[in-house]
Design a protein around this ligand. Structure first.
Ligand code: NAD
Ligand code: UDP
Length: 314
């Protein structure tokens, strides 16, 4: 198949491109390099099945493809809040452009949605039928509401135009190729621990997250894209829930670091708890995460250590 991956030079997108090329598909990676990095896709650049296009999905584009994975969107709070209007445009106008393309060339399109559409959830763990608790005017809304509209657009293009859509709601995912500067908790804690710097826990660290290793996520994405007759939305994540304070302690232990934990103010609207219910993914996709958090963290620590030592990256 010929497959378009928007945001393909980013963290998750680059792993997806690699897997799809490995499965024998022709992959077009489209990216504006806002948070993506050529280094992420460097091993693929010589592969005749791989093509790279520098393009912004806010502008229309016509490509002949069979499937579209729409991942283009900054994902870390500091990056999506850097230019919030652009973040909304990427989710809304970008999704309209990609859905228009899917409609025109009759491609199937998968939207990378997020657990953020549940906001600061009042239902725990989160199931797909929960409508969420999102602040529409807060600093996270450009991302949360943008992603919610993108889901709406997917469903409306499906109902109105018969576009073949898939929606996945990704929970916190981590692994090699996360950007060093994106401020997310895994990259921050691992880099701080490796450099012997203070580990910055926001608030009291009692808030929870559930971390999924990137290879598991990519496996779920591909299953969902190729699942007949099921459009979602479906949660994809690892139900192994941890408080952020426990997570900091775990990373200190795994790295053997002498770093100390320090407490910093909690950012606005930071969700207090987050854990996916993945029963639907288990039933419909026969999918569940396989990589234990310790194992995934070791791979991630090795990756960041290689960045620090200047001998990155494959
Ligand atoms: P990332 O920032 O590494 O990747 C996003 C990619 O999209 C980057 O390569 C960036 O340059 C590109 N991009 C951004 N705006 C664009 C635009 N207007 N046009 C073209 N390209 C653009 O983030 P990631 O963690 O790999 O996330 C990928 C997708 O998965 C995002 O849509 C994100 O919202 C979603 N997601 C990620 C997580 C997670 O934990 N990583 C959780 C939920 C949802
Ligand atoms: N966090 C933290 N220290 C950091 C970075 C993040 O305590 O240096 C916390 C943050 O407040 C949040 C959690 O870790 O509660 C996950 O943050 P991240 O930005 O990775 O993802 P999100 O909040 O979007 O789930």
């Amino acid at each position: 198949m010929r497959i378009l991956v928007t945001g393909g030079a980013g963290f998750i997108g680059s792993h997806l491109c690699e897997r799809l090329v490995g499965e024998g598909h022709d992959v077009i990676c489209l990216d504006n390099f806002f948070t993506g990095n050529k280094r992420n896709i460097e091993p693929l650049l010589d592969n005749h099945r791989f093509e790279l296009i520098r393009h912004d999905i806010v502008e229309p584009i016509l490509l002949e493809v069979d499937q579209i994975y729409n991942l283009a969107c900054p994902a870390s709070p500091i990056h999506y809040q850097y230019n919030p209007v652009k973040t909304v445009k990427t989710s809304v106008m970008g999704s309209i452009n990609m859905l228009g393309l899917a409609k025109r060339v009759r491609a199937r399109i998968l939207q990378a949605s997020t657990s953020e559409i549940y906001g600061d959830p009042k239902i725990h763990p989160q199931t797909e039928d929960y409508w969420g608790n999102v602040n529409p005017i807060g600093v996270r809304s450009c991302y949360d509401e943008g992603k919610r509209v993108a889901e709406t657009l997917m469903m409306d293009y499906h109902r109105q135009n018969g576009v073949d859509v898939r929606i996945i709601r990704i929970f916190n995912t981590y692994g090699p190729r996360m950007a060093e500067n994106d401020g997310r908790v895994v990259s921050n804690f691992v880099l701080q621990a490796l450099k012997g710097e203070d580990i910055t826990v926001y608030g009291k660290g009692k808030q929870t997250r559930s971390f999924c290793y990137v290879s598991d996520l990519v496996d779920g994405m591909i299953r969902m894209m190729n699942c007949p007759g099921f459009i979602g939305p479906v949660n994809l994540g690892n139900p192994a829930e941890t408080t952020i304070l426990e997570f900091a302690e775990r990373i200190i232990a795994l790295t053997g670091s002498k770093s100390k934990i320090v407490f910093k103010p909690l950012p606005a609207d930071d969700p207090k708890q987050r854990q996916p219910n993945i029963d639907l993914a288990k039933t419909k996709l026969d999918w569940e995460p396989r990589v234990a958090v310790e194992d995934g963290l070791k791979q991630t620590i090795d990756y960041f250590a290689s960045i620090i030592n200047g001998n990155c990256c494959k």
